[in-house]
Design a protein around this ligand. Structure first.
Ligand code: MTE
Ligand code: MO
Length: 524
């Protein structure tokens, strides 16, 4: 026998063990809540599960500083970061609940029920919620509390106490068996919930069966040289796999073409609901359009260019007879996110579409399958509703969309921007000729000129790639004769209206960042 075992009285050691076991019990109970909640949510709605209800409501309620912190720290991995954070919080809360139950009968169970109320509240905050959204959290908490109480009692059972001697400091077998069963229930329900949901909705099969509409109104061909083909510089078309993704959806909505409907109502003469067949009966167009996110920082990556196939929004506006005093299209996604788009812009002749395809395939699920909006010239948050299911025609003085309620602007045209892609920042560069290359955009105005300057010297005109259209970005190159030392390069663009990109640095909120992109190179 080792000496350490006899140093402390056995009783104290047992108590220590019991706290660990209690904490583990609490974590298992919390996991049971999540797992059962996930499974029970399957026939109700994906966002009614306690985990995702709390996650989604957290996202919707997050104060601007927290959002900014998350984006600055985790970038487009902010969703994964939230999941990791929630899991850690769940483990901590579970451990506390377990210990509380051990210290005072029913205290842990009461805390669990309290958290259950939070989950029910969060679920009821979902835009699509009805009373059934409370069920997954309630059933989950009942099962979790039962797990907690049964396990803690097993830990405390008299036979256990009686047999506890100096050598039996491990919890009894009965407890271990029950704990293993609880953990198994939690794990299997999470997995089963996911699996059954995928089988039930079978969104993947729906997307695979989707046939691209035949388009006679095709996008203009891309002229040679439009893509500058400089390694590491922005390609003219952004592949779907690397296209930036921004949305508030913690679970990608799973909406089949058969379930999809677009309800059109509000200030219109004819309220109608369009289903998939009604939509695809129309004449589609194919266009290349560059999307940009308002959250993009100067020089940032949140822009992408794709070939879209879609149905002109203007035709549908004419069909429903939008009333003269309606100035906003408030569009809503299946998960309740909203954007407000000026009606005037939707009918000024630009190629605003209800898109169904992106770069030759049905929309990827995370880019809005089966139907999303694409409006040239406007930031995504006021125009690019993915998984769109509802259109209300209203007025800017009556309605406010998701981000506008949170301090962002309401009408948000894309600001002229330019970006240096290569060489990379602080990349070692050899003296002599160096190719600087990048992109510039001013959607629906078009890029007329890009200029570069080194170390605050005179502005020099870059060579522009051919303009594809005023709705797409335009690539550029500039040959620099680099000399030894550290040098600062700066870029600015001018749009076709003659307006020079704004020099003043402003942050993205409320209407998009501005300022000239700057890079430092080390020439040696
Ligand atoms: N349903 C839904 N649509 C949405 C959003 C969202 O959060 N939910 N975000 C918008 C924003 S802010 C942008 S920039 C674009 C991004 O589109 P992408 O993810 O396809 O690049 O989608 C827009 N559409
Ligand atoms: Mo955005």
């Amino acid at each position: 026998m080792s000496t350490t075992l006899t140093e402390r009285p056995p009783q104290e050691r047992r108590v220590k063990r019991r706290y660990t076991a209690s904490a583990v019990t609490g974590i298992i109970a919390a996991a049971v809540v999540i797992g059962i909640g996930e499974l029970v949510s399957v026939p109700i709605a994906a966002n009614s599960s306690p985990f995702f209800a709390i996650g989604n409501t957290t996202v919707d309620r997050a104060p601007e500083w927290a959002r900014k912190f998350a984006i600055d720290t985790f970038g487009t991995n902010d969703k994964q970061a939230l999941f990791v954070g929630m899991t850690i919080a769940m483990i901590l809360a579970g451990a506390l609940i377990g210990v509380a139950e051990r210290l005072k009968k029913w205290a842990g169970a009461a805390a669990l029920v309290l958290l259950g109320f939070v989950a029910v509240y969060a679920a009821m905050q979902r835009v699509t919620a009805d009373w059934t959204y409370a069920i997954p959290s309630i059933v989950g908490v009942v099962c979790g509390a039962a797990t907690l109480v049964v396990l803690i009692r097993a830990l405390d059972s008299p036979e256990d106490a009686e047999t506890a001697t100096a050598t039996t400091f491990l919890p009894r077998r009965r407890f271990l068996a029950l704990a293993a069963a609880g953990a198994a229930v939690a794990a299997s329900t999470v997995v089963a919930g996911r699996y059954i949901r995928e089988r039930l909705v079978n969104i993947v099969a729906d997307r695979e069966n989707f046939r691209l509409p035949f388009v006679s109104n095709k996008a203009e061909p891309i002229a040679p040289g439009t893509d500058i083909s400089v390694p590491d510089s922005t390609s003219f078309i952004t592949p779907n796999a690397t296209f930036y993704r921004i949305d508030t959806a913690l679970q990608v909505p799973q909406l089949t073409t058969q379930e999809w409907r677009l309800k059109i109502h509000g200030m219109v003469d004819n309220e109608i609901t369009i289903d998939w067949d009604d939509l695809t009966k129309r004449v589609p167009i194919e266009r290349i359009i560059t999307l940009t996110c308002v959250s993009n920082e100067v020089g940032g990556p949140l822009a992408g260019n794709a070939t879209w196939i879609g149905y002109p929004i203007k035709d549908i506006l004419d069909e429903v007879g939008v009333q003269a005093d309606a100035d906003m299209l408030l569009s809503t996604s299946i998960d309740g996110w909203t954007s407000g788009t000026p009606v005037e812009i939707l009918r000024d002749g630009r190629d605003a579409i209800l898109a169904v395809a992106m770069n030759g395939e049905p929309l990827p699920l995370e880019h809005g399958y089966p139907v999303r909006q694409v409006v040239p010239g406007l930031y995504g948050f006021v125009s690019a509703t993915k998984w769109v299911v509802d259109w209300e025609f209203t007025r800017f003085d009556r309605a406010e969309a998701y981000w506008t309620k949170r301090g962002w602007g309401d009408r948000a045209p894309i600001k002229t921007a330019s970006r240096i892609d290569v060489p990379m920042s602080l990349a070692p560069v050899a003296p002599g000729p160096v190719l600087i290359a990048g992109t510039a955009w001013a959607q629906h105005r078009g890029i007329a000129k890009v200029e570069i300057r080194i170390d605050d010297g005179p502005w020099q005109e870059a060579t522009l790639a051919p303009q594809y259209s005023i709705d797409t970005w335009r690539q550029w190159t500039w040959q620099w004769d680099a000399t030894l030392g550290n040098h600062v390069a700066q870029v600015r663009a001018t749009d076709l209206a003659g307006d020079v990109q704004i020099e003043e640095r402003v942050p993205p909120i409320p209407g998009g960042s501005s300022g000239w992109h700057t890079r430092t190179f080390i020439v040696r």
